[in-house]
Design a binder for this molecule. Sequence first.
Ligand code: FAD
Ligand code: DLZ
Ligand code: SF4
Length: 509
Amino acid sequence: MAGTTLIPILGDQLSLDLASLKDADLETSVLLMMEVADETIYVKHHKAKIAFILAAMRHHAQALRERGWTVDYIKLDDPDNHGSFSGEIARAIERHAPDCIAITEAGEWRVREMIENWEDQFGLPVTIHADDRFIATHQEFCDWAEGKKQLRMEFFYREMRRKTGILLDENGKPEGGKWNYDSENRKPAQQDLLMPQPIRFRADEITQSVIDMVAQRFADHPGSLDHFHFAVTHEEAMRQKRQFLDEALPQFGDYQDAMLTGEPFLWHSILSPYLNTGLLDPLDLCREVEACYYDGKAPLNAAEGFIRQIIGWREYVRGIYWREGPDYGDRNHLEATRDLPDFYYTGDTDMHCMAQAIGQTLDLAYAHHIQRLMITGNFALIAGIDPKQVHIWYLEVYADAYEWVELPNTLGMSQYGDGGILASKPYASSGNYINKMSDYCGHCRYDVKKRTGEDACPFNALYWDFLARNADKLEGNNRLAMPYRNWARKDEDEQKALRESAARFLDTL
Ligand code: FAD
Ligand code: DLZ
Ligand code: SF4
């Protein structure tokens, strides 16, 4: 008779057809799900992020049991809980005496290295399955990147379009003749009564008990539980997906980069927590978006733009995370050392754009891409904040944050900490960009048109100071030739005034 296989399922592996379950035997497998202290405190995750993950895990365990699996579920408040994945595997081995362990690969180096020790630690064979919820394998990404002087998402994305066949015509050419319709996608938005709103899911008994436990146990973690709205089951995540496809997708492209006061969601999907935990499948979602285009329910710029975020950016950042290795998070190309200001944890700042982006983040564990990149990320970049502290903040505060996706976005794309592996130039801007893409400046005590002086928008002087401060590292970058020419054209007095204004502001942080 076949012995028992122990199959640990981690908190971001909540897919019913997870790789480690595909060939597993219903009769002889024990699935192990573990709520463990180490995972909840290795950074101070937002309360709503912890509540979402644990509530989704508990509902997923139910869904697995309904499908006939034996699930051994360890709760965080179990008095015997050892508090770590390895500690709980050791206890589960005592309970179930398995012959072997099978697991789907983890989403970060820290846990991957832990799992790689298990064979020696427990004296059992451990099979690690590749995570086939992603489109590109690690090898495919490395093969594509091999020998290239510069990696560019756009070219990798075309490979993913070819691999999946998404939005290709019968001759294998991109639908509509172009691979990318971003030039149509950079419109500012107006306040609009018909703006779609994501579904606010009600907490059932299971979710409520998790929320209560998190409120008590993680009171010193950032963020609020008052607005907890997440889908926590596969069915609820599907409903949110349907809502997005029907109501927001058609205008997703147009307003992808827009920001409005008091509107945290705009036409974004709010699906990343579900894609990253496995409640939704990324490729299925892209095929549904593609179908919306073919059925005339969404224009090509919206469908292509959305699909690019998933089969392009999402896959690309993952490829870079694993290719660059476990020390990626230690890089600091611009040698930025300033501490992260306290207002990242309170939202208490006169900069209205920052107060909006941080405030909604603390309330909802959500901000959309341009808020993350061009508001909070841009500020940290031009103020010279230590990229590791910035990385930890992003990993803590967003419900969708796991290191494989958060770190390259933060350290690489947003903070240029990898010196240009992920992005060809730093995403630094003055207040002008924020004013163009949002209505924030109209509500701000600072004047976005002013560059120096007490009421000048801090982003302006900081932007020029950033360029001047990092000239030795950035001046040679072709994509920054124009801003450096503009800096050189300023007379000495103006340069001095800008740098002094920046220094005065930085002193207040
Ligand atoms: P939509 O705007 O509706 O986009 C659709 C989907 O595309 C997203 O759900 C997401 O799965 C994918 N996507 C879009 N952009 C990216 C990207 N750059 N990288 C990976 N996937 C992308 N995304 C995370 O999932 N987790 C993170 O921890 C995370 N950290 C970020 C940190 C910084 C500094 C920046 C600039 C971006 C980060 N992103 C992260 C990418 C992006 O901001 C979020 O995926 C997006 O805001 C999620 O909201 P949404 O589901 O409404 O996205
Ligand atoms: C993020 C997180 C949290 C807060 N808690 C748990 C947990 O208690 N149990 C669990 O299995 N996973 C949790 N996670 C997600 C893990 O940190 C994630 O699976 C690893 O980062 C590996 O990618
Ligand atoms: Fe932000 Fe400057 Fe605009 Fe104020 S004026 S909202 S600080 S960009």
